[in-house]
Design a protein. Structure first.
Length: 308
């Protein structure tokens, strides 16, 4: 045992430092390897078309307003939508009212405030509705945009307050009100408080219409649930982007309820236009021109009302 203890007490040999691996190029020309260091390529440089699977160069897609060569209109954020809509991309941002983040203290695997924080960081917006004021084809207009990337564009207290703010600003400035809708329904973390916004936004629209101001809705993919059942269907004119999903309940839920197979293209913009629910399907590039033409015509009629 003593011999074993003595053997273990001997200091071990120092571990040699690992040798740096070098290739033949480094031995011949030591500075060459550093001169040609690997460059990082952005992960999102190429975007896949949901329809065809084609890989599209991102700058080309941005130049095409995020419309793929096959004609698929990809979802875009509020900031991009406002730039594409207003003349020369110039507009005034209008701040939305600040509301309580978690009024019901909603229990979840991930806390509601944390979900809001993550959505705000990803989108750069306070909530799902952004407001801008500017000109469309020279016509002053108030525009609100729902961003589906912000918790599915869900209707919340913050969205309701922002919508009311936009309606009040339109009345105050005596300009038309245009909204781009995109929502998956009411925000479950706010329960009944979220559903109350359906009635509150409708009352705000009554003020816009009482002032004789046009209210136009542009339905984008997707517009569903409580938003569809309220202000998305109360416009003077309803436009839609191609192939946008528009409806209240989902296709599968409806089929299971009525026990029938729905027709092809059901709840798509073109299908609804054929049946009178949507006035016109307009491509993203043509939207500013169509909106400007409609708004000028409606405001021209409003200007002639006092003289009639």
């Amino acid at each position: 045992m003593a011999m074993a203890d003595q053997r273990n007490d001997k200091p071990g040999r120092p571990t040699p430092a690992p040798k740096e691996r070098t290739g033949w190029l480094s031995r011949i020309a030591p500075g060459v390897r550093n001169a040609f260091s690997k460059r990082e390529t952005p992960e999102n440089l190429w975007v896949k078309c949901p329809d065809t699977g084609e890989m599209i160069y991102r700058p080309d897609l941005e130049a095409a307003l995020w419309v793929t060569p096959s004609g698929h209109h990809m979802r875009i954020g509020a900031a991009a939508r406002l730039r594409y809509t207003f003349d020369d991309g110039k507009f005034e941002r209008i701040a939305s009212p600040v509301v309580a983040d978690d009024p019901l203290k909603f229990p979840d695997v991930k806390s509601y405030p944390d979900r809001l924080k993550a959505a705000r960081k990803a989108s750069g917006e306070q909530d799902a509705l952004a407001i801008g004021y500017g000109n469309i084809q020279g016509q002053p207009v108030l525009v609100a945009v729902q961003d589906f990337a912000f918790m599915g564009g869900s209707l919340s207290m913050a969205v309701g307050e922002a919508f009311i703010k936009a309606a009040q600003e339109a009345v105050k400035r005596e300009v038309p009100f245009v909204i781009f809708t995109a929502a998956g329904g009411a925000r479950m973390q706010e329960g009944t408080l979220s559903l109350m916004q359906m009635a509150r936004t409708t009352l705000a629209l009554n003020e816009v219409k009482a002032a004789g101001l046009p209210y136009l809705v542009v339905l984008t993919d997707p517009t569903t649930g409580g938003v569809m059942a309220s202000y998305a269907m109360l416009g003077d004119v309803h436009l839609a982007e191609p192939n946008a999903l528009i409806g209240f309940a989902g296709r599968r839920v409806i089929e299971q309820t009525i026990r029938e197979t729905l027709p092809a293209g059901f709840q798509r913009a073109e299908f609804l236009m054929e049946r009178g629910m949507v006035d016109k399907v307009v491509t993203r590039a043509e939207l500013p021109g169509v909106l400007g033409s409609i708004l000028k015509t409606l405001m021209m009629g409003r200007a002639q009302l006092p003289a009639a």
